[in-house]
Design a protein around this ligand. Structure first.
Ligand code: NAD
Ligand code: UD1
Length: 335
């Protein structure tokens, strides 16, 4: 099977490429390299033994996309490409709607023109908004209480995909709602290496540990959680990558939606403690500050549907994620 990964040089796409290549899939990657580096292709080759064919194309470049699809003859697309900086999306909403929503429409038009009917889409737990409960299941209502344009692009794309699946009965769509991806490939060769200033917890912890950021700001310790700090469902990126393989195996006509998470929550202080343990006890400087606007106390996946229907569940732990992250940071230092 020949699979196109949009955004495939990015964090989650590159890890998924490796898992697919390992299982014998033919993988091609397109990316505009806005938030990733071309060297990732060599790392994928070093780890998997295969360097995927690469197109430097923008989702918004209709001619470039058309040419790629004409050459590619793909069986399935995994659609990772998108902008994901929540804070920036508040400042530049049109950029996010154009890139994420407009880009997806271009992609879907190209797929239709070239007879590609299968798509797996990278969505996010953010589409659930505030449900008033910590544990989230796929049939909950989405789209209400999303606090930023980034999150709304994910919701809008999900709705577009549902409409397209109604209009075209041959269309096979799987929406994967990721919880909080962390960790890196165990080789230490690839990981999360954002070109911009991160606003998610794990990349900030990494930058604090290297001294690029002075200290971690813990956004509030007065939530109704185990220790007062925010609780999230952190999923190792290799488990997440394997979730895509499971989704390919079970893709079917119409729309299928799956949470990809562990089902277990971890607090910010527990994340700090786990990182310190993996760094041999070295303290990570932090201070508690005000709550961040739009944050919820606790968010956790109910991953039952993915286990029942895809036969997939997570295998790796927070400690694995932290050990792999330290290994990756050591590799970056050696460069
Ligand atoms: P990433 O930024 O590392 O990868 C996304 C890739 O898409 C980048 O390489 C970027 O250059 C590319 N891209 C962006 N706009 C493009 C365009 N117009 N044309 C071509 N390429 C373009 O992000 P990631 O963490 O790997 O996330 C992958 C997907 O998963 C994204 O859609 C993201 O919104 C979604 N997601 C991520 C998280 C997370 O915490 N990492 C959580 C939920 C959902
Ligand atoms: C955030 C976004 C969400 C997006 C997701 C993945 C907000 C309000 N939500 O979710 O829309 O889908 O990232 O990109 O931005 N934390 C700190 N200090 C920090 C950073 C984070 O204490 O410097 C805490 C947060 O308060 C939270 C936890 O760490 O409790 C995880 O934060 P983060 O990594 O930003 O993910 P989400 O809040 O789940």
């Amino acid at each position: 099977m020949k699979v196109l990964l949009t955004g495939g040089t990015g964090y989650i796409g590159s890890h998924t490429a490796i898992e697919l290549i390992k299982l014998g899939y033919e993988v091609e990657i397109m990316d505009n390299l806005f938030n990733s580096k071309i060297e990732v292709l060599d790392k994928i080759a070093e780890i998997s033994g295969v360097k995927p064919k690469f197109y430097e194309v923008d989702l918004l470049d209709k001619d470039g996309m058309d040419k790629m699809f004409a050459e590619g003859d793909y069986d399935l697309v995994i659609h990772f490409a998108g902008l994901k900086a929540v804070g920036e999306s508040v400042e530049k909403p049109l950029k996010y709607y154009e890139n994420n929503v407009g880009g997806t429409i271009n992609l879907l038009e190209c797929m239709k023109k070239h007879g590609v009917n299968k798509i797996i889409f990278s969505s996010s737990a953010t589409v659930y908004g505030d449900q008033g409960v910590a544990e989230l299941t796929e049939d909950m209502q989405t789209g209400v209480g999303i606090t930023n344009p980034y999150g709304r692009t994910k919701y809008m794309i999900e709705e577009i995909l549902k409409d397209v699946a109604v209009a075209n009965k041959e269309f096979e769509v799987t929406i994967l709602r990721y919880f909080n991806p962390v960790g890196t490939h165990p080789s230490g060769l690839i990981g999360e290496d954002p070109n911009d200033i991160p606003n998610n917890l794990m990349p900030i912890i990494m930058k604090v540990s290297t001294g690029e950021i002075e200290k971690l700001k813990v956004y509030g310790d007065d939530y109704d959680t185990v220790d007062g700090t925010g609780v999230r469902d952190y999923i190792h990126v290799v488990d997440l990558a394997k979730g895509h393989v499971a989704a390919i195996n079970k893709i079917k006509s119409g729309i299928s939606i799956y949470n990809l998470g562990t089902g277990k929550g971890t607090s910010v202080l527990e994340m700090i403690a786990a990182f310190e343990k993996a760094s041999g006890g070295k303290k990570l400087p932090y201070e508690v500050v005000e709550r961040r606007a739009g944050d919820l106390a606790e968010i956790c996946a109910n991953p039952g549907r993915a286990e029942r229907e895809l036969g997939w569940k997570t295998e790796l732990t927070i400690d694995d994620a932290m050990n792999d992250t330290i290994n990756y940071l050591n590799h970056l230092k050696e460069k």
